[in-house]
Design a protein around this ligand. Structure first.
Ligand SMILES: NC(=O)c1ccc[n+]([C@@H]2O[C@H](COP(=O)([O-])OP(=O)(O)OC[C@H]3O[C@@H](n4cnc5c(N)ncnc54)[C@H](OP(=O)(O)O)[C@@H]3O)[C@@H](O)[C@H]2O)c1
Length: 308
């Protein structure tokens, strides 16, 4: 089968489209014929060796985490999933990835694709969706009327976070580049701050919750805009510089995890019309390097998807 893999850590040149043996499912696994897979920043970070400390994978390694597709074979121990089912999910980072024609994956790492969205949208939902659940349902929660600041609101994770926070009845403030202001307003942002020309810390204060998808100085400066008792929830992005912790707020890392229950929760949110993944561009699998390059700019609007 065709798969996009890298043979050594490095720049875009170490990625190639290869012919590799199709995987066979173990007893607890299913074989999924992948229709769509999305591109996440973790893909280029992994290829560049930036996350080797956490994911020291065997090379060559097939890139990609999330996917949507059709079940073609079912291991003997698998229950509740049948051949022909349309499913979506996120593969374990240490295993073969999803930028390929098929994957053998533990049946507990996927759920049925919601009918309201197509395979590309379901693929776009996986990794960012599970991160959203970790941030806004596991680490923190949003009550009606709370003031919520979302950094990087135009990105793959951010645009879902904006939709979710709006649905919860929050006052949603978003940082985004000027070109994405209309987009994040359409997602549900009430106030949009152009981070390229304005320091958010000078115009925002008293937040109940801040979602940091950027890291670095953005993380550090966010502490000052949170009200006593409020929460800063963050994902692993740029390294965070040392800072003096404020005692009257909580700083929590989103405990990202996949699994059937998380994907069923995402499917529920899609079926309720809360989450609608936005896709900036779709690339054929053979053009994966161009898709990674777009992701690597750090300015994706919504999601980038590979059509297999
Ligand atoms: N995907 C996941 O589920 C996941 C899980 C854990 C960690 N992370 C990490 O979280 C980060 C975001 O992930 P993502 O998938 O949302 O990335 P993404 O799709 O590449 O989006 C990044 C967004 O950040 C915005 N941005 C860049 N610099 C900014 C700044 N200084 N202030 C505000 N916005 C800024 C960009 O918007 P403009 O074009 O408007 O600048 C872009 O839309 C990445 O570092 C990723 O590795 C992601």
């Amino acid at each position: 089968m065709k798969a996009v893999q890298f043979h050594e850590y490095g720049g875009p040149e170490v990625v190639s489209l290869a012919d590799i043996p199709a995987p066979a499912p173990a007893p607890s696994e299913v074989l999924v014929s992948i229709v769509s897979a999305s591109v996440n920043p973790i893909d280029w970070k992994m290829r560049a060796g930036l996350v080797r400390e956490y994911f020291d994978v065997a090379l060559p390694h097939v890139l990609g985490r999330d996917f949507s597709g059709v079940v073609r074979a079912v291991g003997e121990d698998v229950e509740g999933i049948a051949i022909g089912d349309e499913v979506f999910g996120v593969a374990d980072a240490m295993r073969q990835g999803t930028h390929a024609e098929a994957i053998a994956i533990d049946a507990g790492l996927l759920a049925r694709k919601p009918e309201a969205i197509d395979h590309a949208e379901a693929a776009a939902l996986g990794a960012t969706g599970m991160t959203l659940i970790a941030a806004f349902e596991d680490a923190a929660s949003i009550a009606h009327g709370q003031k919520v600041l979302i950094h990087g609101g135009a990105g793959g994770l951010g645009h879902l976070a904006v939709q979710y926070a709006k649905h919860r009845g929050a006052e949603v403030i978003v940082t985004a580049g000027k070109a994405n202001h209309e987009f994040v307003r359409a997602m549900g942002a009430g106030q949009v701050i152009d981070y390229t020309s304005c320091d958010f810390a000078e115009v925002v204060s008293g937040c109940d919750l801040v979602l940091d998808t950027i890291g670095g100085e953005v993380h550090k400066r966010s502490l000052a805009v949170i009200k006593p008792g409020g929460i800063l929830v963050y994902v692993t992005a740029q390294p965070i510089p040392p800072y003096a912790v404020r005692e009257n707020i909580s700083v929590l890392r989103a405990p990202v995890r996949g699994g059937r229950a998380v994907f069923e929760r995402l499917a529920e949110l899609v079926s309720q019309g809360v989450l609608v993944p936005a896709i900036e561009r779709r690339f054929p699998l053979a053009e994966a390097p161009a898709a990674y390059a777009l992701s690597e700019t750090g300015h994706a609007r919504g999601k980038i998807v590979l059509e297999v």
